[in-house]
Design a protein around this ligand. Structure first.
Ligand SMILES: Cc1ncc(COP(=O)(O)O)c(C=O)c1O
Length: 362
């Protein structure tokens, strides 16, 4: 079967499984903030109508300055991209024909980008037995063999977060063996406030490249906006290979509104903490394994019926819930489902449906 590579394709999944549901389903397969987009965006978006007929500034001066100020870095250390995805491909291109390390399971586009630019890829695996924790020693021991390491923090699909001390150890080792460390922080805004992002390390580590996305937190995957934060020379090189006007002028014209959405982000963090508590308490009670996530998605497996993930997947589809399959995540091989954290009503609907799944077996 041709499984879709990403979540957020509910119609395709239902079609593949021959289930006819029209729009009567809840999509738990895409990791998008269900509280968004922020209402404040609406007005800026309407005003942006005037920009439709104009080319964006090819250097995105104003918008880049805004993002850089927001991140506390210099404009020359920042490059706007067409979502985090463009950032991944631009960075991979810099290492054409070289060697990469990817820690799996993780976002599949790192590997795809490496293939496109002929990087040879070594994989290391996170293990459920270790709660998908970061295998620092193993990573360090592989680093001399590679030119670039791709890390996802928080990691998609586990929701786990590499500790700052481990990040520093990897960066130090990278300096020693001339390895670049690419850290994708696409889901950073969902983390509890006490966990820091890594922009403050940019001036300390010349081998650090940070990738960001605004599509998740603000629910704007159709508008697309991401950026890279890295040392000046890296940004200069990335910019040289970027397609002109790659970022659309609509999203840059609503950027001043986006960067002021502190309350929206705080509200999102508070909603998420509440919902994670609700979900994890009940999932444990029902005997499900969930990955120790800190963000808006998690891996799920029925501990009583570990071999029956495919049946659980079908059962959820038939009950109007679209999970994300894990056939395309290396090492998971379809043995887990990835589920997004949705609104309270939707999460309760999921829990109710899982209770019925459990009751059927008793
Ligand atoms: C870890 C990670 N990084 C980057 C992206 C790309 O996001 P976008 O291109 O929409 O900004 C995704 C999308 O799912 C992702 O999961």
């Amino acid at each position: 079967m041709e499984w879709p590579d990403h979540g957020g394709q509910p119609k395709k999944i239902l079609e593949l499984k021959g289930i006819n549901k029209d729009d009567l389903y809840v999509d738990f397969s895409a990791n998008i903030n269900p509280l968004g987009p922020p209402m404040a965006l609406k007005e800026s978006f309407i005003e942006a109508f005037n920009q439709f007929e104009k080319y964006p500034d090819p250097n995105y001066e104003e918008a880049t300055k805004l993002v850089a100020t927001h991140e506390g870095v210099r404009q020359e250390q920042t490059l706007l991209t067409n979502g985090g995805s463009e950032a991944i491909f631009l960075v991979a291109q810099q290492f054409t024909g070289e060697k990469a390390l990817i820690i799996e399971p993780t976002f599949s586009e790192y590997e795809r980008a490496c293939h496109v630019f002929q990087l040879s890829v070594t994989h290391l695996s996170l293990q459920q037995e270790d709660h998908f924790s970061f295998p620092l020693e193993k990573v360090i021991s592989k680093m001399e063999e590679v030119d670039v390491v791709f890390l996802c923090r928080p990691n998609n699909p586990t929701g786990t977060v590499v500790d700052i001390e481990d990040i520093k150890a990897v960066l130090e080792k990278g300096i020693e063996c001339q390895t670049t460390i690419v850290i994708d922080e696409a889901f950073i805004h969902f983390l509890p406030s006490h966990i820091t992002d890594l922009a403050f390390l940019i001036d300390h580590y010349a081998n650090l490249v940070l990738l960001r996305s605004l599509t998740k937190i603000f629910s704007i995957p159709s508008l697309r906006l991401g950026y890279v934060v890295a040392r000046e020379e890296m940004i200069f090189q990335l910019k040289r290979s970027q397609i002109p006007w790659s970022v659309n002028g609509i999203v840059t014209s609503i950027l001043p509104c986006l960067v002021t959405q502190h309350e929206f982000i705080d509200e999102t963090k508070a909603w998420l903490q509440g919902q994670l508590k609700l979900l994890t308490t009940e999932l444990s009670r029902l005997g499900f394994y969930y990955s120790p996530t800190l963000v808006n998605f998690y891996l799920l497996r029925d501990l009583d019926r570990q071999a029956d993930t495919e049946q659980l997947f079908l059962y959820l589809l038939e009950n109007n819930i679209i999970p994300r399959h894990t056939h395309t995540f290396k090492g998971l091989d379809g043995n887990y489902l990835r589920l997004a954290v949705r609104t309270e009503a939707e999460n309760n609907f999921l829990l109710q449906t899982l209770r019925r799944w459990r009751d059927r077996q008793c």
